[in-house]
Design a protein around this ligand. Structure first.
Ligand SMILES: [Zn+2]
Length: 485
């Protein structure tokens, strides 16, 4: 950009030389940071409120293909360079960084209040064009055949993001809420979150062309492409006057469709938990707590949650697009799996831990954590995917199972939460099924009774009895706890 200054200062006809060099001062630095761990990254994002890009700001991801950029000179399990711009008065911390260029960034919002700035705005665009020319990005330069006023007409990029839900045989196209949209032009960007209709609109631009992307993250979590890299959709060019309307379909963008599917599950749990009477699954309440990383992998595998992954910056949660046996998951299954894994996260937040899980698992099957996560998954799916519309969700641990199956084959994924909540006794349909006479508990009550680090299946039962008065809490409740285990 300094080179661009020099070129313009030699050109007598430019706005630059007309108004004098003295008015132009560096306002920002184009920089990159190399956080050594998650904590440093979180400080930059949260405390300094920097928007971080994994890729150089002149790097464009392959258009229309979701993905990830990792600096090829860095090991894949290390956080990649994070690019952004900072104001000149930014106080650099003890976090590795490099200044890449001085920038002269004009804040469009100031234009009206200051006529001097108006002049500066023209410099900025001229400077930007010159810089684009020097760096071989000639195609990006605004066309010159219209007058300056028209050329720089302001506009507010907007659009609508939708998602293909393929649960039913005929897909449903639904709005994608809560997606973080980033609209960028070179070193400047604005962002917005899509509303319930999938609609977004960002602040003012005067460029004829901008680039649009979805950064798959929110304040409490981010979605990783695999384990380490931030998942992105983008960038795509958008011309003035057009809208960025996208329908994310599996057949066209399988990876972004997977990210969107996981995003929907996380949105429901993080932002709608109160309506189910349960807690937010993960709180970034203390400053140095990192956001929750959710790895989304477009391959076979078994979803899991391992909190010991937190010692690195890999993702503690992994969600796969296919099962180990090759089964391809649909929208509802991916949504449900995300909710299930978040229920584990929430349980760990309450005080359960990985050491305990391993002990439970070695002793028998992990009845407590898996039954809890199954229950949350079931309740949320019942509401978001009502069976009247989407058909029955084929849990392999459905409440229709026989008692024998639950005892010998459920691997800890019992229907006990469902049975404590509903008033349906499945043995009345088939006597081989459990004689479930318990009813009337709420998901929130069962969560509040979850035992912490020293708890067990039996401790859960005891706490449920101690905390609540329920007419079915005696032999009826004992039956479920004893027979299911
Ligand atoms: Zn589980």
């Amino acid at each position: 950009m300094r080179k661009a200054y020099q070129n313009l200062s030699l050109n007598k006809s430019s706005n630059f030389s007309k108004s004098g060099e003295s008015k132009i001062q560096t306002t920002h630095y184009y920089v990159r940071f190399l956080p050594k761990d998650d904590i440093e990254k979180e400080v930059l994002q949260d405390q300094d409120e920097l928007m971080l890009f994994d890729m150089p700001l002149d790097y464009e991801l392959e258009e229309g293909v979701g993905g990830v950029y990792h600096d090829p000179t860095l090991p894949i399990n290390q956080i990649t360079w994070q690019y952004t711009s900072v104001p000149v008065d930014y106080k650099f911390r003890d976090i590795q960084y490099e200044k890449l260029a001085n920038l002269f960034l004009q804040d469009d919002e100031d234009e009206k209040s200051n006529t001097k700035n108006k002049m500066n705005t023209n410099f900025w665009y001229e400077l930007e064009d010159e810089a684009l020319l020097i760096t071989g990005n000639k195609d990006e330069i605004e066309e010159e055949n219209t007058g300056t006023a028209n050329k720089r007409r302001k506009w507010y990029p907007s659009g609508k993001i939708r998602y293909e839900d393929n649960t039913t045989s005929t897909s449903k196209i639904i709005p994608l809420q809560g997606a973080k949209i980033i609209v960028k032009r070179w070193f400047r960007w604005r962002s917005d979150i899509t509303d319930a209709n999938g609609y977004f609109k960002v602040g003012k631009f005067r460029n004829k062309k901008v680039k649009c992307a979805i950064k798959w993250e929110r304040k409490d979590w981010d979605i990783r492409s695999g384990s380490y890299g931030q998942a992105w959709y983008g960038f795509e060019s958008l011309k003035r006057g057009r809208s960025w309307n996208k329908t994310i379909k599996k057949s066209i963008e399988p990876r972004n469709w997977l990210y969107a599917s996981v995003h929907r599950g996380a949105m429901e749990y993080f932002y709608n938990h109160k309506s189910y009477g349960i807690r937010k699954p993960y709180n970034k309440r203390i400053l140095l707590k990192r956001r929750l990383h959710i790895g989304a992998k477009d391959k076979r595998g078994r979803a899991h949650y391992f909190d010991f992954n937190r010692i690195w910056w890999a993702s503690p949660i992994a969600i796969y697009s296919k099962g180990n046996n090759g089964t391809v998951y649909d929208s509802r299954e991916l949504f449900a799996t995300t909710v299930h894994e978040l229920a584990h996260v929430s349980h760990w937040e309450i005080g359960y831990n990985t050491g305990k899980y391993i002990i439970d698992r070695l002793a028998d099957d992990p009845f407590l954590p898996e039954s809890w996560a199954t229950g949350v998954e079931y309740v949320i799916i019942e509401r978001v995917y009502p069976k009247q519309v989407y058909g029955i969700y084929d849990f392999d641990y459905q409440q229709q199972r026989t008692l024998r199956y639950i005892q010998t084959s459920s691997q800890g994924y019992t229907p006990i939460v469902i049975d404590m909540i509903d008033s349906f006794n499945q043995s009345t349909v088939n006597s081989a099924r459990p004689n479930d006479r318990v009813s009337g508990y709420t998901l929130g009550q069962l969560e509040d009774a979850l035992p912490g680090a020293l708890g067990s299946w039996w401790r859960w039962r005891t706490k449920i009895k101690e905390k609540y008065n329920n007419p079915t809490e005696n032999k009826e409740l004992d039956y479920l706890f004893k027979e299911y285990r």
